[in-house]
Write a protein that binds this ligand. Structure first.
Ligand code: MG
Length: 365
């Protein structure tokens, strides 16, 4: 089997409400659907997610990168040869989510060719995962209301709270959520918003409120601040923006700035994500499943990877961003039951696109 062509379809989904976090604001969610076709009639599907504040990629740049570089680089390649695919991808710098999505689509082809769900190709550990809901920045009672409402509606017991703008407000908000949900797993994401000494204060308060860990309190570029904070933190620190590639993960582990790593298959596909999980386990660093703001399409890809690995399936995964979206492309919408998502039994990623919906949401026609 050989890859023939790659089709790029940019689409934008409405948000139920504008989302605010320390690194930016999202009024809508911008994606590119990738279809990798083969000479045997199997098509692999994945989405690349435009998040310029983290990766510098736009929908247009993803389409250009795939049409000009990565699509032609895959032409004629065996879709099982992701090793060669990444070798070719990495002749071009950056473009994290374009590369990641093509890797995911290749695995979708592999699963379909073999007749097995992707999670069984990747480790086969389980079939379902507990999910975390990510609350945007907001007033203390407003965020507590949102967490309580979402928790009750979907049985979710794990929440990530966006912080990093104002330490006093962040601590008050965390306190409000903790008061409302005394038994919930809570963690914070600073999106690099604090200076080192400010982060220390927030971490101490967070520990007192039973926060499980804090994600990226300090800027990736603040090397001194990161080491200072990590050496004194009473709770684990989770690397996200600092861990976009295997080499960046190795740097953060080597400099002892993190205790956990957010695995996002949207940026490292399955092949590089697997290497990152291995690097974490070797160093005693805990991997967990992060969110790049996936639609249902990307959530399925992330879910397969999460349930396949014992280390990831043991922590709630950020698999509920689609609840923030006003629309989706999946023919069969995802449903969180008792706080968990279950993989379907279809081969590959099990993505079935509702073509009529795609026709209305695509931006290229
Ligand atoms: Mg983050």
């Amino acid at each position: 089997m050989k890859i023939t062509t790659v089709e790029c379809i940019p689409f934008t989904l409405p948000m139920r409400a504008t989302l605010h976090f320390a690194a930016g604001t999202m009024a809508d969610s911008r994606h590119v659907l990738l279809r990798v076709r083969t000479d045997e009639g199997i098509t692999g599907t994945a989405e690349a997610i435009s998040r310029p504040m983290f990766y510098g990629e736009s929908q247009q740049s993803i389409v250009s990168a795939v049409n000009d570089w990565f699509g032609p680089a895959l032409a004629g390649l065996d879709p099982f040869n992701t090793e060669e695919a990444w070798s070719r991808f990495d002749r071009v710098d950056g473009n994290h989510t374009a590369k990641g999505a093509l890797d995911l689509a290749m695995h979708d082809i592999q699963g379909q060719a073999l007749g097995v769900p992707a999670c069984r190709l990747l480790g086969g550990y389980g079939t379902s995962a507990a999910v975390t809901y990510v609350c945007g920045l907001g007033g203390a009672e407003e965020v507590a209301d949102e967490a309580e409402r979402i928790g009750a509606a979907h049985g979710i017991g794990s929440f990530k709270l966006k912080v990093g703008m104002d330490p006093a407000r962040d601590i008050a908000m965390t306190h409000a959520v903790r008061t409302r949900l005394p038994g919930a797993t809570l963690y914070l994401d600073g999106n690099q918003g604090y200076r080192g000494h400010v982060a220390r204060r927030v971490l101490d308060a967070a520990a007192d409120l039973g926060v499980a860990w804090v994600e990226e309190p300090c800027a990736v570029s603040d090397r001194w601040g990161r080491r200072f904070v990590a050496a004194r933190s009473p709770i684990p620190l989770l690397g996200d923006e600092s861990c976009r590639t295997l080499a960046e993960v190795a740097r953060e582990i080597g400099e002892r700035t993190i205790h956990m790593v957010s695995i996002k298959v949207a940026r490292t596909g399955y092949r590089v994500s697997g290497r990152i999980v291995g690097a974490c386990l070797a160093a005693g660093v805990r991997p967990m499943t992060g969110s790049q703001g996936e639609s249902g399409v990307g959530t399925l890809a992330s879910l397969h990877f999460c349930v396949a690995h014992e280390s990831l399936a043991g922590l709630p995964g950020e698999l509920s961003f689609f609840l923030n979206l006003g629309d989706d492309l999946l023919a069969e919408p995802l449903r969180i039951v008792d706080g968990r998502l279950q993989v379907n039994e279809r081969p590959g990623l099990g993505i079935e696109i509702e073509e009529a919906k795609l026709a209305t949401l695509r931006l290229d026609r």
